[in-house]
Design a protein around this ligand. Sequence first.
Ligand code: PEP
Ligand code: MG
Length: 583
Amino acid sequence: MSAESPRPEVRLKGIAAAPGVGHGSVYILLQGMAIVACEKATDLESEVKRFEQALHETRLEISKLRQEVVERLGESEAAIFDAHLLVLEDVALIDDVAKEVRKTGFNIEFCFQEVAQRYITIFENIEDDFLRERAADIRDVTGRVMDKLLGTKSTKPAVAVEKQIVAAKDLTPSETASMSADSVIAFVTQEGGRTGHSAIMARALEIPAVVGVRGLLDTVQDGDVLLVDGEEGLVIVNPSAATLDSYRDKQLAIKSRRNRVMSEVALPDETVDGAAYSLLANIGGPEDMEDARTYVAHGVGLYRTENLFLRLDAWPSEEEQYVEYSDVVRQAHGQLVTFRTLDLGGDKKLGDLTDEANPFMGYRAIRLCLDRPDIFASQLRAILRASVFGPVAVMFPMISGVEELRRAKEFFLNIAAQMASEGIVPKVPIRLGAMIEIPAAAVVIDDLVTEVDFVSVGTNDLVQYLLAVDRGNQRIATWYEPANPAVVRTLERIFASAAKKGVTAAVCGELAGDPLWAPLLIGLGATELSMSSPSIPEVRFILRHSSAQELKALGKAAMALGDSVKIKNLLADFALSKVKYRT
Ligand code: PEP
Ligand code: MG
């Protein structure tokens, strides 16, 4: 952390991912590296010795790897490891680390990370292409040495010792899952989109976040102070005193708006003319149930069960799943809990099972489960055991057609019959549903609704697949446009088909929790909206201040528009007419 003169203010635009404003010093997270705790070391020389030992082990590891590559692929392919070995022999770097330990008295992991980070920043800023690429070598080697120091292969972030703003190229959902508002002020990433799972988790954790910030890591340096505006999608590096002043006002305005919507949070979900709908919670585990209560969710509309798998970074046993699931059902106190069966794959990776070239179009969700009956059965058994404590629904993700849905249902019903013969019977008959998030499912929606009690639209994926735009790719984020008329018309078709069959039409993608979109979804015919709990108060407020007739008219008006800009303006005007949003 330098004490040089402060660098000038720089503003970077990104994608607003989680609301709120965060202000603090930056912690640049090296890709694939842990956020290590900063602790006072008791014996500095033994810290340095640990470092030397870790370097030695890493040298042996890389030499072995080099030899294997020579044997398999040849000398030239193994040359990359020579560069890595050179990093491990870089006297300047090694000396700097030892000096840092002796100077600060901190633990070796923290000092090593600090120094390596400085080197990487220097190399990344060099004009010469060849030298600039050495940054990647240092990063790679640093990760290996850190593994040795931590005595683990884990690259999961632990808790940073002082609350800081995490800046990273990108964050995996499991990295985000291990953060909390107590340990992190905000986070910003160079890549990622609004509906990527890291952004979704940030909203649930109430950590302000901006993603898809172009040039972030070229601009931000160690020692910088950041102001993260998660409402506008703005990152201000080294904000001036005037900027900080104006943000103080903005934070006050946000607070007063929040107080206003919170004052109605416990009022019923109905329009001014008495039409009912339901707002529910999206959760990732028992720890999210407190927010569901605080923001008065009427049940859980989406339980992302894969979060347990991601947190453990392993396949949990039936018992481990049961403990977590039953905790959620108990905490719901008689309200419905909708379990979404395992949706690993895409950006939610576990081991090398889902390591593939096109993960969003690959071995994902229901495909994986139908292919791995052992995994599917253990999850369904755990859900059924939990269903003894309260009402439960089960929905299948990534359904692409009727046969697949029937297979999933049949699998479930067989397990349920087996369990019933063991005396395990749900407290309330389990409702079955399908997520509608693949365009093919929307096309055959009339057939799907004859098979289920409810459908739940996963707009995050539906938009991605309908428009062929990767939801996590910052470069094409402007193409990820839910206001595309194709999306609006597809949604209307799904809701109409469900209504005709008397099947509940829910939405559990991020659009449900967007105060601009929620009125349109209800106006188009949805009857349940499930969202990250902190989004409930604002959505509840705007819907309670609307009439059913107005919402229907909004839906009709959107259906008549053939242009996304006009649709967006329509939604913004509607929201503004209800309450001053985004002033
Ligand atoms: C969705 O796709 O909208 C959804 C709710 O599921 P996920 O975001 O977990 O893919
Ligand atoms: Mg999905």
